[in-house]
Design a protein around this ligand. Structure first.
Ligand code: NAP
Length: 318
């Protein structure tokens, strides 16, 4: 698996990462199952075998159960930690926690630092490599975030920091107050949700800027902030055998031509972009993960890349 750097001189990561959101599927208080434990172990083995070293979590995934499953697998094989980069996120708070509260975002010092303690405890590790702020908090005070990051960094609990779902302006404001460089911005990006890429061809067009992400991809490149693509498989949307969906049909054709699965072409489309986009693949199926990793060997031609973009947009480029 080819590698890339997060940030200007941050950690070296595999260019495809494993998203761990669905390790446990139940976002409730039901206990972990042995089936989930077995599958997590198999998935981890497959990821490491195929050269994946970055594992993406969040404190909220399955209400902490996905991190707990991963932590259990690590405790059974602690030597694996050495070859892993562990990334997690905080800042989203569930409704009714405590009772009668709305779902909300919280970048306060107390919430960020307490969340990291929870993450470390569930994963059973002393530090995580990267902490991302999950979704922008309109009430965030950048100076307070900076104090939390300094505290976590000085305590050796977090080595690098980044954001998710943040705009260029939000990143600039935050970075102005931080001592540590933001190394990643994790954003939804796939052939289904392609605005970050397609808005770039719509400069000064009437339908441009639809996703309020104008220039965000280039901003991240300019500032050495790695763009991580969440939901890069579009949640399996293109997996069927529909003959009336141009994207699905073209993906199948290219998959056959390259001798790989459709998932590999979906990811190869992201990898072909010169920004060095890092897909965070969320499958829980070891065979599907292995098939996805074949994207590392596929270099799409300019023509095939544009044909996929055109099929996804449903209209030719201007
Ligand atoms: N930062 C954020 O706000 C944010 C938001 C969402 C997710 N994330 C991160 O991004 C990662 C990936 O996102 P994601 O899991 O939502 O999206 P994804 O990687 O696009 O899709 C994975 C999901 O699609 C299913 N799938 C994929 N290919 C399929 C196929 N051929 N047939 C049937 N099902 C198929 C998978 O099922 P199987 O498990 O059965 O393969 C899995 O449920 C997450 O794990 C998480 O780490 C971040």
């Amino acid at each position: 698996m080819q590698k890339l750097t997060l940030g200007h001189d941050g950690p070296t990561a595999s260019r495809i990462a494993l998203g761990c959101m669905h390790l446990s599927r139940a976002w409730d208080a039901t206990p972990l199952t042995n089936e989930e434990r077995r599958n997590t172990q198999a998935l981890l083995e497959t990821a490491l075998t195929h050269g994946i070293n970055l594992f993406d979590h969040a404190d909220i995934y399955a209400r902490g159960k996905s991190e707990r499953l991963f932590g259990e697998a690590l405790r059974a094989a602690p030597e694996l930690r050495r070859n892993m980069l562990l990334q997690s996120k905080c800042g989203i708070r569930f409704a009714d926690d405590p009772p009668d509260t709305p779902q909300r975002y919280d970048f306060s010092f107390d919430h960020i630092t307490a969340s990291v303690d929870g993450i470390l405890s569930r994963l059973g590790v002393d530090y995580i490599d990267i902490l991302l702020l999950h979704r922008p908090d309109p009430l965030a005070q950048p100076e307070e975030v900076a104090r939390a990051f300094d505290d976590l960094h000085a305590a050796g609990k977090v080595r690098h920091f980044g954001v998710s779902n943040h705009s260029a302006g939000q990143i600039s404001l935050l970075q102005k107050h931080l001592r540590q460089p933001l190394v990643a911005n994790q954003l939804e990006l796939s052939l289904h949700h392609h605005h970050l890429i397609s808005e770039g061809i719509l400069v000064n067009q009437p339908d441009g800027n639809a996703a309020h992400a104008a220039g965000l991809l280039d901003f991240c490149r300019l500032h050495d902030i790695r763009v991580q693509a969440w939901a890069p498989l579009a949640g399996g949307r293109f997996a069927g055998d529909a003959d009336d969906d141009p994207v699905t049909v073209l993906l199948r054709k290219l998959a056959d031509a390259h001798g790989v699965a459709v998932e590999a072409i979906l990811l190869a489309w992201l990898l072909r972009h010169p920004a060095g986009i890092q897909p965070i693949v969320g499958t829980t199926n070891p065979a599907r993960l292995a098939a996805s990793c074949a994207a590392d060997t596929v270099e799409l031609s300019r023509e095939d890349w544009y044909a996929l973009l055109t099929a996804a947009r449903g209209v030719k480029v201007p």
